[in-house]
Design a protein around this ligand. Structure first.
Ligand code: ADP
Length: 363
């Protein structure tokens, strides 16, 4: 088991800096997910922790000891990659036994560990098979088995589910989480998939362009994103946004958006968003209410439906507000079609306000 600390970690390739001073404290036994768009530096950070990439600057400690210059095998970490990196000519058993054999461990010591790992990962019936006779999910489990038998202080997963089909991804996600709950090891998991991050993490680290945008528990980030980047990155369908100028009216402050509508701002928003400020308002699709008989109360917003998508459990309604496409999700099954007008109610408690220029949350 190991706590991991990164302080002021940066990485340069030649003249190009790709990680810009990352600070991150990971507790012993924590499951931390690094998430962000492709190219934001997640893998580079992970590879620096694994010892596969030199650290240009800053301090890395694993289990309380400085690890910056330790060789990968001295760091007591196991890494599972997107490509399972199995040896095609070796059986499942021999693939899993590869590491212990290289380290010249006696068979009687590692065999019980392999059997236990195989049982835990539902591979007991497949130990004699070659990788090509396994499904994608089973191969991924062999890669995990190989990581598990090392009994590392720290597990690193680099997009391990990217090569699997959607259904298997969901299943493996649960299996990895269950594995963590059983082993209680420290895990750092890299993905560009925000759903994977939300569902698996104890804490999520949202990265963008080589920097950390926000760190927090999944629902903390979802409910109170610190900036526009995090707000738009987490959530599917994504948060709806409308940008405009704050104007004072009879009924308090409102946001005057591109298409001339006024969207009422919550009463408490006055201090943080003075009249004249450019503000971006955000609201999640599931927080928008469809007004019924009592439509056109003060603050209601009309939207013309352009597209309707039933997913079974819920329906997504798309239309334009303030020049942007908005999505409203409802558990009702509306019988309307494209071209219909609906009245949206935006509950004040669910409105997020961001400074448009800096992107920072202002409430
Ligand atoms: P992610 O894992 O988030 O997709 P990476 O860590 O792979 O991102 O890459 C971060 C940035 O570093 C990218 O802009 C990428 O082009 C650059 N990069 C990665 N590896 C190298 C390398 N060996 N040489 C130069 N630039 C690199």
């Amino acid at each position: 088991m190991a706590a991991v600390q990164l302080s002021g970690i940066y990485k340069r390739y030649g003249e190009t800096q790709v990680v810009h001073g990352v600070d991150l404290d990971i507790d012993d036994g924590e499951f931390v997910v690094l998430v962000g768009p492709s190219g934001c530096g997640k893998s580079t950070l992970m590879r620096m922790i694994a010892g596969l990439e030199e650290i240009t600057g800053g301090e890395l400690t694993i289990g309380g000891s400085r690890a910056n210059t330790l060789a990968p095998q001295q760091r007591n970490v196991s890494m599972v990659f997107q490509s399972y990196a199995l040896y095609p000519h070796l059986s499942v058993y021999d693939n899993i036994a590869f590491g212990p054999r290289i380290r010249k461990e006696p068979t009687e010591r590692f065999k019980p560990r392999i059997e236990a790992a195989a049982k835990m990962l539902n591979l007991s019936g497949y130990l004699d098979r070659l990788p090509r006779a396994l499904s994608g999910g089973q191969r991924q489990r062999v890669a995990m088995g190989r990581a598990v038998v090392r009994e590392p202080a720290l597990f690193l997963f680099d997009e391990p589910l990217s090569n699997l089909d959607a259904k298997l991804r969901v299943q493996m996600r649960t299996e990895i989480k269950a594995l963590h709950q059983r082993l209680k090891n420290t895990v750092i998991y890299v993905t560009h998939d925000q759903i994977e991050a939300m569902t698996m993490a104890d804490r999520i680290v949202v990265m963008n362009a080589g920097r950390i945008e926000q760190i927090g528990r999944p629902l903390e980030l979802y409910d109170r994103p610190a900036n526009l980047f995090v707000a738009s990155f987490l959530g599917s369908p994504a948060m709806n946004f409308a940008t405009g100028e704050v104007v004072a009216g009879d009924a308090g402050l409102a946001l005057l958006v591109e298409d001339g509508r006024r969207i009422a701002l919550p009463a408490g928003a006055a201090v943080a968003t003075p009249a004249g400020a450019r503000v971006t308002l955000g609201i999640r699709p599931e927080h928008i209410e469809l007004a019924g008989e009592d439509a056109n109360r003060a603050g209601d917003v009309e939207m013309e439906i352009e597209v309707i998508e039933p997913t079974g459990a819920e329906t997504h309604l798309y239309g334009k507000i303030g020049g942007s496409t908005w999505c409203v999700t409802t558990r009702q099954r509306p019988t309307i079609g494209p071209g219909a007008r609906v009245t949206l109610r935006l509950p004040a408690a669910h409105l997020h306000l961001f400074d448009t220029q800096s992107g920072t949350r202002c409430t």
